[in-house]
Design a binder for this molecule. Sequence first.
Ligand code: KIV
Length: 263
Amino acid sequence: MRITQTTLQKMVENNEKFTVMTCYDAIFATLLENAGIDVLLVGDSLGNVLHGENTTLAVTLDDMIYHTRCVARGSSKAFIMTDMPFGSYQISPEQAFENASRILAAGAHMVKIEGGQIMADTIQFLTRRGIPVCAHIGLTPQSIHQLGGYKLQGNSEKSAKQLLDDAKTLEKSGASLLLMEVVPAKLAKKITHTLSIPTIGIGAGVNCSAQVLVLHDMLGLYPGKKPRFVKDFMAGAKSIQEAVANYVTAVKTSQFPGEEHAF
Ligand code: KIV
C-alpha cells in the first residue's frame, strides 16, 4: 500500500520516526523503498550530484518533471515529494500552481518550496487548491548567494526567533511538512514541539519527526570534505541495500544523527 500524508502524520503521533532520502531515478526508487525508506525526495540537489553544478540554481522545471517521472515509475510504496526548482514559484501563487500541477501530474504527491513567511500566500494558494506542500527553512540552497554560503542558520537570538515565527506561519498557511536544514539542534527541537505538523531535519539534530540525507552523501559519494551532518552508511556495509537499511534503523532508533552530526 502507498504511504500517504496521513500515514506519515500517524507515524509521528505514534512516536515513530519516518525516513526520507533523495532519489532521482527508477532503480534507486525501487531499492530505497524496499530497504524501508518512507519518503523519496526528488531533490533539486540533482543539480549538484547528477549535473555537476556548484549550486541548485540552474535546475529547470523540465529537469524536475523528468526525474519525478523516473522515480514514480520505479516506486509503488513510498510517498514522493519533489522540489520546485529556483524561479518556478517565486513570482506569484498562480505561477507556483501552474508549475506544481505539472510536477504532480508527473507522479509526485507533494511539492517542496524553499523560504519563510514570504512563501505563506503561495502555500495557502496551493494547499487550498489540492496541492500538498512541504516548506523548507533554515539553509535554503536556492538563496545561497543571499545567505553568503552554506552555513548554519538561526544561530543568533534574532534569527532563531525569525525561524520559529516562519515555521508557525507556514504551518498556518497549510504546509503539511516542514523541512529544516542546518539549524541548531535546540532550535529544531523547539520548532518540532511547537508545531503539530511533522518536521524533517538535515543537520538539525535528532529531535525532528524525520531525517533526510542526500543519497550520494550517505553512500560516501561526496566531492571533498564530508559535511558535518552527513554519515557515510556505506562504510562497513556489504551492499547499498544494507547501507540504506542501516540508515533506516539508525533514524528509527534515534541513533542518527548523533551529536557529532548536529550543530
Ligand atoms: O534537494 C535536496 O536534496 C534537498 C535536501 C538537501 C533536503 O532539498
